[in-house]
Design a protein around this ligand. Structure first.
Ligand code: B12
Length: 215
């Protein structure tokens, strides 16, 4: 039964059918399918296939936009269904997609999973400049600054963020974590970020580890 709904979720995203994606997300939750599994094995697998089709010239911008719309609808439903920890975890996280990058589906999943795990999260949205990450972290009294990027051309903004933190004498005050499809552990090390996470679940674990090192 679950395999079937995963396949349906993949097809809805590849076809760019927002109504179907919406209905499948709701049905999956009603039927007790684990929301994160439906996300990972269904919708995310679908959007990755869309990315491959786009990358190999078999799908064009209008198709990409339709699939992204279907993905956004499904993500909103899944995110709202994530089971919440009763306890509040101690840790404040500022997060955003870097300047020049409009991709925010993955970042939104990370936000939801962090909140579901009891963390206080300030979501700055997308197209966030390094200086703004820092200003908002100061105001919010954050422990961690986390950034997402999906474009290779905007990865450098994560490096700029590290440099700005150093310039402001704040590098020790905040832990940093970077993520997004082109981001690797090696990249994180190269720019001096404190952690890298490959997906939202890994992100929650890395945040916990960073906060433990802090205390
Ligand atoms: C959907 C999509 C879009 C949508 C975005 C909608 C939205 N609201 O986000 C739209 C249609 C707007 C779009 C636009 C463009 N896109 Co686009 N897009 C994609 C696509 C297909 C999927 C991205 C996605 O949502 N994945 C699903 C999520 C769940 O995965 P994720 O983002 O990787 O996030 C997970 C992890 O990485 C991690 N994570 C992510 N961030 C963070 C942060 C932290 C702190 C942590 C801990 C973890 C973490 O956790 C997440 C959940 O597990 C990708 C292909 C791909 N496979 O990545 C192309 C892709 C990223 N896009 C691409 C391109 C080229 C573009 C455009 C330039 C196209 C154009 N010519 O206009 C524009 C760019 C506009 C801009 N300035 O940003 C290229 C990038 C190529 C490159 N090397 O840079 C890709 C790779 C497609 C391709 N194969 O060519 N796109």
């Amino acid at each position: 039964m679950t395999q079937k709904i995963f396949q349906e979720a993949i097809a809805a995203i590849v076809d760019g059918d927002a109504d179907k994606a919406n209905a499948i997300a709701r049905r999956g939750i009603e039927e007790g399918v684990d929301p994160l599994e439906l996300m990972t094995h269904g919708f995310i697998t679908g959007i990755n296939q869309v990315g491959d089709l786009f990358g190999s010239g078999k799908l064009f911008i209008p198709g990409l936009v339709k699939s992204a719309d279907a993905m956004e609808k499904a993500t909103a439903i899944i995110n709202a269904a994530l089971p919440r920890e009763q306890e509040t975890a101690s840790g404040k996280i500022v997060i955003g997609t870097v300047e020049g990058d409009m991709h925010d589906i993955g970042k939104t999943i990370v936000v939801s999973l962090l909140r579901a795990n009891g963390f206080e999260v300030l979501d700055l949205g997308r197209d966030v400049a390094p200086q703004r990450f820092i200003e908002e972290a100061e105001k919010f009294k954050a422990d961690i600054i986390s950034s997402s990027t999906l474009l290779t051309t905007t990865m450098g903004v994560q490096r700029e963020l590290e440099e700005e933190l150093k310039k402001a004498g704040l590098k020790k005050k905040y832990k940093t974590i970077v993520g997004g499809a082109p981001v690797t552990r090696r990249w994180a090390k190269r720019i001096g970020a404190d952690a890298f996470a490959q997906d939202a679940g890994d992100g929650v674990n890395k945040v916990k580890q960073l906060l433990m090192k802090d205390s």
